[in-house]
Ligand binder design. Structure first.
Ligand SMILES: [Zn+2]
Length: 220
């Protein structure tokens, strides 16, 4: 029987980093649907060929195909032995219901769904702190919180002015957080109603510190 885990968290909360540390320390295998799609295409499987055609046509890969890929992956021996951290699936309640069936059919179980909460001010700060050098040949990247330039707005390396990409503005950050909340609220309710949801708060601290809170709620 394999244990499956899911981490849910807003952009800027450090979900990816916490997932990497979790997998490294516990041996649980990171299963990303994006990677599964690329692997299927690279392997040239029937499923992979279908996916290639769908993507080439500019369409979205259906829930059925993603679910079939996840099911195949979860049936492999390494997952049975070590468990998995699912990334990119499920995103919706119907997908969560499908996953529940996949796990039950495989004799596996949802060990925990971790909701990573974080202070909104901290998230906004993180999502808007990146600055880029405007000199394309230099391309230096700064972070006004964690890695500021010596002189505000000026590149240390080449002296060119720094700028903020449109992806990193306050308006984009507000949008990203709103989309996250709208998309994940039903999933959070779904797992809470099944008693599978645990919560941690991501503090403005090194990832290793936040990992301690995560390990504690998971009993690792
Ligand atoms: Zn520069």
């Amino acid at each position: 029987m394999a244990d499956a885990y899911i981490f849910i968290g807003p952009p800027g909360a450090g979900k990816g980093t916490l997932g990497d540390i979790f997998c490294e320390k516990t041996g649980v295998i990171h299963v990303s649907t994006g990677q599964l799609l690329r692997d299927e295409m690279a392997a040239g499987s029937d499923l992979g060929k279908q996916v290639k055609d769908i993507i080439a046509a500019g369409k979205l890969v259906s829930d059925d195909i993603v679910a079939a890929m996840v099911k195949n992956r979860l049936a492999k021996a390494d997952i049975k032995a070590h468990g998995c951290l699912l990334d990119g699936f499920p995103r919706t309640v119907p997908q969560a219901e499908t996953l529940e069936k996949i796990l039950a059919d495989g004799g596996d179980r949802m060990a925990a769904v971790v909701l990573i909460e974080a202070d909104r001010k901290m998230l906004m700060g993180r999502l808007t702190s990146r600055r880029m050098c405007s000199n394309k040949e230099c391309g230096a990247i700064y972070n006004v919180i964690s890695q500021p330039p010596k002189k505000e707005g000026v590149c240390d390396k080449c002296g060119a002015p720094l700028y903020q990409r449109s992806d990193d503005t306050e308006a984009t950050a507000i949008d990203r957080l709103k989309v996250y909340e709208e998309q994940t609220a039903p999933l959070v309710d779904f797992y809470a109603s099944r008693g599978q949801l645990v919560k941690i708060t991501s503090e403005d601290a090194p990832a290793e510190e936040n990992y301690k809170a995560l390990a504690k709620v998971l009993g690792k």
